[in-house]
Write a protein that binds this ligand. Structure first.
Ligand SMILES: [Fe+2]
Ligand SMILES: [Fe+2]
Length: 170
């Protein structure tokens, strides 16, 4: 890295390399979480059967684009912090709760899986935001905006779940 610039370079400073490494680890995890969500939402936006499934399908289709955008933002930030966006061989799946249900009319399974995925993202992004406090306001800003999106996604699917619960189907 060039040391021609003088003065405090914040998270990009040579002296901040340990913080940066820790942050890169969290950003790579976030990147994979978003990518796995794209995979899971794609399958779950195609598989469901039944008249009630359409709303969920449409909603997930929209989310896929947003989650892909999040993955791209995390990747871009990894690069800006002198990291490398990982290749697919480094990917390890974790979303056991978003696998296709036994019956494709089981919409509640999908709704609950989405809520779990969004909750996991929210928890991880809260951790990143906390870590960035006093260290990296730019990453913090970016992740706060993404966190806002995830909170919106979760709230929407909580609403879907309430409807099923009200009908005694969840
Ligand atoms: Fe996301
Ligand atoms: Fe989301």
């Amino acid at each position: 890295m060039s040391t021609e610039v003088s003065g405090n370079q914040g998270i990009l400073d040579e002296a901040a390399s340990e913080d940066r490494e820790q942050l890169l680890e969290m950003l790579r995890k976030a990147y994979w979480m978003e990518m796995e969500t794209v995979l899971s939402y794609t399958a779950n936006s195609i598989n469901p059967d039944g008249v009630r499934a359409q709303e969920i399908i449409e909603s997930l289709k929209e989310d896929i684009q947003e989650e892909l955008g999040h993955a791209q933002q995390f990747g871009q930030r990894i690069k800006e912090l002198y990291g490398v966006v990982p290749g697919s061989m480094d990917f390890a799946a974790e979303q056991s709760f978003l696998q296709p249900p036994d019956h494709q009319t089981d919409i509640v399974h999908v709704i609950k899986g989405v809520i779990q995925a969004e909750s996991g993202a929210i928890a991880h992004y809260e951790t990143i935001i906390e870590f960035c406090e006093g260290r990296d306001p730019v990453t913090q800003d970016m992740v706060i905006a993404i966190l806002h999106d995830e909170q919106g996604h979760r709230r929407l699917f909580e609403g879907f779940l309430r409807e099923y619960e009200a009908e005694g189907r969840a």
